[in-house]
Design a binder for this molecule. Structure first.
Ligand code: AMP
Ligand code: MG
Length: 486
């Protein structure tokens, strides 16, 4: 049923703690991602909801699973916490999917583990629906991300400030190894642990580096480069992760942990939604800098493996961090060139992008709507919708003139437009829509949740039945705060 092959469980025993999911009272299937299940090579009967609910609540552990909680540490808002670990997540095991990729299958909210500290090991329904929606939306947008395999209501309450309905989320990831996993061993001076983990990560995520002259340096470079590219992708769709702690940053380069995440409505580089992020550490525009900071923490863990002497190792690590900045900048500019329909690279492109962003900021223009409308403005006849988003029209006209000149005279307008529409989504999981889906779900109506998922399946298309999902929130509908929702 599950073709398990559990490589993490074969690592040294202090890497994790075996732990069984704690059964729940009355599991009921909310959603099962049968397409993903197929991709994973799982043979499950999508019609047998009771069976699926039993499996994806943790009540029935599939044959071949080796349930365990992974050990990790992490910097949370800059403060190092040596002892985190899977406190409410249990890795069932790994499968090698139909394309030969190894994938983790993890239950989130399946009960306490040795890492639960004072937590209950459970998850509330709201955050489960949120992670389901956003991770699947990221996937449809083409951004590396963990996936949603299932959501199950437990029939039990979890107690936060008030009792809330409980749920279990099944997450699929290339792996759940984080920067914080390296920190766990490094902070305990466990060099052998760091090395064993690095070897595992190379074999699993970067097999091409196994024969490199300096495999651990190459690993650091590769992780940094994937993270730089990932964050550039986030920026290009207005995604704010919200809690970029080192334990929430994978070494695979997938987006993970959708707690207080949100999408920009009106463009504001300083935008923060997360209620606990009072100082704006994880604001939209801070994300690349934080990514680099997190990579510095990873570099510290690997230092003893990087070179013969500490000085040399520090020099190598610093070069990687500089390279992170360069890769990010290159990927970011390339993504925004695509958003503007620009082909090739020309001096002045950066200014053209930044000038547009500055005007969007001044006009509080909706990030997603603006770029989508820009596609229609390739031809002057279609620019009305775009210009209507701005307050300073003379300044905008100047920008439009520069932009059209840069597009070039001899290019086919409809080809430019369709290329732009292939990168500028029409539909994103807007915060108020997520909120609406959660609120309805809390009262037992999963209709809005299902409808939102359907709208997000093909985010680059304007399908008339989902037109409402393209509309930004009215001022009073705007979500201003999100919560970690543990
Ligand atoms: P997160 O905010 O999801 O990144 O989690 C940070 C840390 O807190 C991780 O070690 C989690 O396992 C732990 N944690 C969060 N919520 C709970 C909970 N309800 N019970 C136990 N541990 C939790
Ligand atoms: Mg986390």
């Amino acid at each position: 049923m599950f073709p398990f092959d559990n490589s993490y469980a074969r690592l040294p025993e202090h890497f994790f703690r075996p732990v069984l999911p704690a059964p729940v009272a009355a599991p009921r299937l909310i959603r099962f991602n049968s397409e993903l299940a197929d991709e994973l090579g799982l043979t499950l009967d999508a019609g047998d909801e009771d069976r699926l609910a039993a499996i994806f609540s943790g009540n029935s552990v599939p044959v071949g699973a080796m349930p365990l909680a992974m050990a990790y540490s992490g910097h949370q808002f800059g403060q190092f916490n040596p002892q985190l670990g899977d406190g409410r997540a249990i890795l069932l095991g790994e499968v090698v999917d139909r394309q030969g990729r190894r994938r983790d299958i993890q239950l989130k909210g399946a009960g306490p583990t040795p890492f639960s500290r004072r937590g209950d090991g459970r998850a509330a329904l709201g955050p489960v629906l949120r992670e389901y929606i956003v991770s699947e939306a990221m996937y449809a947008l083409g951004i590396p991300t963990t996936r949603a395999l299932a959501a199950v209501a437990t029939g039990e309450a979890v107690y936060r400030e008030t009792p809330l309905p409980g749920a279990v989320f099944t997450r699929v990831a290339a792996s759940h190894i984080r920067v914080g996993t390296f920190q766990y061993f490094a902070s305990r001076d466990d060099q052998e642990g760091v090395r064993a983990l690095a070897d595992h990560v190379i074999a699993r995520h970067y097999p091409e580096l196994a024969d490199a002259a300096k495999p651990y340096l190459a690993l650091l470079q590769a992780v940094a480069s994937r993270q730089a590219a990932l964050i550039a992708r986030w920026m290009a769709i207005g995604f704010i992760h919200g809690v970029m702690n080192t334990d929430n940053m994978t070494v695979s380069g997938e987006t993970i942990d959708f707690g207080p995440c949100a999408f920009l409505d009106e463009y504001d580089p300083k935008k923060v939604f997360s209620w606990i992020d009072q100082r704006g550490r994880y604001a939209y525009a801070n994300q690349p800098g934080i990514g680099q900071w997190n990579m510095a923490r990873l570099a510290e863990c690997l230092l003893p493996l990087l070179a013969e002497t500490e000085d040399k190792a520090v020099e190598e690590a610093n070069a990687v961090l500089v390279e992170f900045g360069r890769v990010f900048q290159e990927r970011w500019l390339s993504a925004f060139r695509d958003k503007l329909g620009l082909v090739g690279e020309q001096d002045g492109d950066l200014e053209l992008v930044n000038d547009l962003l500055a005007q969007m900021h001044d006009s509080e223009a909706d990030f997603t709507v603006t770029f989508r409308a820009l596609g229609q403005a390739v031809e002057e006849a279609g620019e009305g919708g775009f210009t209507a988003l701005f307050t300073d029209r003379p300044r905008l006209s100047q920008w439009l003139a520069r932009w059209r000149q840069r597009l070039g005279q001899d290019r086919d307008a409809s080809a430019i437009r369709s290329a732009m529409e292939g990168v500028n989504p029409a539909v994103i999981p807007r915060n108020h829509r997520i909120e609406e889906a959660i609120q309805a779900g809390l009262s037992g109506d999963y209709g809005p949740f299902e409808a939102l998922l359907a709208a997000l399946e093909r985010p680059y298309e304007e399908r008339s039945e989902f037109a409402a999902y393209r509309i930004p929130p009215e001022r009073e509908e705007r979500v201003t705060r999100t919560f970690c929702g543990t």
